[in-house]
Design a protein around this ligand. Structure first.
Ligand code: UD1
Length: 430
């Protein structure tokens, strides 16, 4: 098992380069299988979720060539219609994009039910509804998501709830359907736009991505292309919140500031200074943090994937803040860990009432999921004394080189391996 060991209490200074977007990569990499050709994808983040999807593509018969750690060539000419193995698909959420991809390309898909972070119930009814509206027979059978169609025909699909995954899955299947598909009440996240741009680079006809109506005119065939993935909005937001929480002066580089507006606005409200450049944001914070209320919502609202990190900042902000989860049923599991560090948080359903405290104290805490793990790191960086964060495997799912990037900002963080005999070996020093 690996842990992070953090000596807290240091302000952060310097520059950090943001990697490619995880949630775009996990949609775009499988989407490469929609063509019968070679696709080159740049700026893929070097994280475990991406390694897993590359492994799945390899098992599906795709030719995989890593040009370097952030660039891949995927040759989909040898991919055949087959079930996506349970041992891989059930490990993470985005495996369900292979349903849309295989249905689009082969008119038949069989993928094990997806895993992913536990935020309460994570239904896929809207995905199935979308596939059915395109003419497929789509059901969950013995733990497998199965979808089959003689032909896919474009249709008008209203999403009862804004869903990133269902919007993406319908886009993936509809690009090769016959005629026009209209997705209404579509999700508008930056990675939806990125996927649309990628599909269009392969010859698809997708319009309106980034608005709540997406129109897809099906084409006969897609072709290979070269594409670069957008920067990760959530990784960028995490470093911005880390800088604001710890104090200091950090330039977050290689980003799209527009994607970060909701986060910047809240950090300014809490007392940080934000300067936007074309592809960077500078976060400085030297004065005391003050309370503010935050509610998570689909894009362009405040992202739910920044909610745990923001809870740490609000825990150290003077006054009482209300943090409301507006996307998931249950996303406050990590609060018990912050309480161990001295935070004052009361959770009632989807609302957390956070009373700012003077300081947090380092103890042993667990990453309960990916973004909760990021929150524990920020808490550890800001806390007095030593924090040990367990279950770092969650953090590795979504943050490339987190120890190296934070160390370059002056943080004292190390990754250690804890073996059965409880002896510890330093793997990568801060
Ligand atoms: C994606 C992100 C995840 C993020 C979430 C919301 C990926 C791989 N994951 O997850 O990090 O937290 O968006 O920004 O991109 N819903 C239904 N029926 C469905 C699908 C969803 O009711 O068929 C509900 C969910 O329970 C949830 C809401 O819709 O309450 C939003 O979920 P969705 O946007 O689909 O999240 P994911 O795509 O799974």
């Amino acid at each position: 098992m690996e842990n992070f060991v953090i000596q807290g209490g240091h302000e952060l200074f310097g520059e950090v380069n943001i990697s490619g977007a995880k949630n775009a990569a996990v949609a775009i990499l499988p989407a490469a299988l929609l063509c019968d050709d070679v696709v080159r994808i740049e700026n893929i983040p070097n994280i475990s979720d991406v390694s897993l999807i590359i492994h799945i593509l390899d098992r599906m018969g795709a030719g995989i060539k890593m040009i370097n750690s952030n660039t891949i060539e995927i040759d989909s000419r040898s991919v055949v219609c087959q079930a996506v193995p349970d041992d891989l698909a059930s490990h993470f959420r985005a495996s369900y994009y292979l349903v849309g991809v295989m249905l689009g390309r082969f008119k038949s898909a069989e993928v094990a039910m997806p895993g992913g972070c536990d935020f309460g119930t994570r239904p896929i009814d809207l995905h199935l509804k979308g596939f059915r509206m395109l003419g497929a027979d789509a059901n969950i059978v013995n733990g497998m998501v199965c979808a089959n169609a003689e032909k896919l025909v474009g249709s008008s699909i209203y999403m009862d709830q804004v869903s990133v995954g269902a919007t993406i899955n319908v886009m993936l299947a509809a690009v090769l359907a016959r005629g026009l598909t209209v997705i209404e009440n579509a999700a508008k996240e930056p990675h939806i736009v990125d996927l649309a741009n990628f599909l269009n680079s392969m010859g698809a006809d997708v319009r309106g991505a980034g608005t709540d109506v997406i129109k897809i005119r099906g084409v006969e065939k897609l072709h290979g292309c070269s594409y670069s993935i957008i920067p990760d909005q959530i990784e960028a937001g995490t470093y911005m919140v880390a800088a604001a929480t710890c104090g200091g002066d950090v330039l977050v580089k290689n980003i799209i500031p527009k994607h970060l507006e909701s986060i910047s606005a809240k950090l300014i409200e809490a007392g940080a200074e934000i300067i936007e450049y074309d592809d960077a944001i500078r976060v400085t914070r030297f004065k005391e943090l003050t309370r503010c209320n935050v509610k998570t919502m689909p894009h362009p609202g405040f992202p739910t994937d920044m909610q745990p990190q923001m809870a740490v900042l609000l825990s150290l902000s003077k006054g009482t803040s209300i943090l409301t989860e507006g996307v998931w049923d249950s996303r406050f599991q990590y609060v018990s860990q912050l309480l161990k560090m001295g935070a004052d948080i009361q959770v009632d359903g989807k609302i957390a009432v956070i009373e700012g405290v003077k300081e947090l104290t380092g103890v042993k805490v667990k990453a309960t999921d990916l973004r909760a793990g990021a929150a524990m790191i920020i808490a550890g960086l800001a806390a007095r004394g030593e924090t040990i964060v367990e279950n770092v495997v969650y953090v590795d799912r979504g943050y490339e080189d987190v120890v190296e990037k934070l160390s370059a900002l002056g943080a004292d963080i190390k990754r250690i391996t804890v073996n059965d005999a409880d002896t510890e070996t330093v793997q990568s020093a801060g």
